[in-house]
Design a protein around this ligand. Structure first.
Ligand code: ZN
Ligand code: ZN
Length: 69
């Protein structure tokens, strides 16, 4: 189990809705967490699997691991 910085982050990265089994298809899924790289990214809903790596939590402003350190 990964420990996320706050409840908002946890519920967002763990959320999978009934309509969209692929989180990249779901407009409600804002954040993608990569367990392999231990990094967080903002999902770009362009029909693909694009993410922009983010360094701080948008909700609690905790500095996030970005897989680059
Ligand atoms: Zn947070
Ligand atoms: Zn959805």
């Amino acid at each position: 189990m990964t420990k996320h910085c706050c409840e908002m982050m946890r519920s967002n990265v763990e959320n999978i809705c009934d309509m969209h089994p692929d989180r990249f298809d779901c407009p409600d899924c804002l954040i993608y967490y990569s367990e392999n790289r231990d990094s967080y990214g903002l999902i770009i809903h362009d029909g693909g699997h694009s993410v922009i790596t983010i360094s701080y939590c948008p909700w609690c402003a905790t500095k996030l691991p970005n897989g680059l350190d």
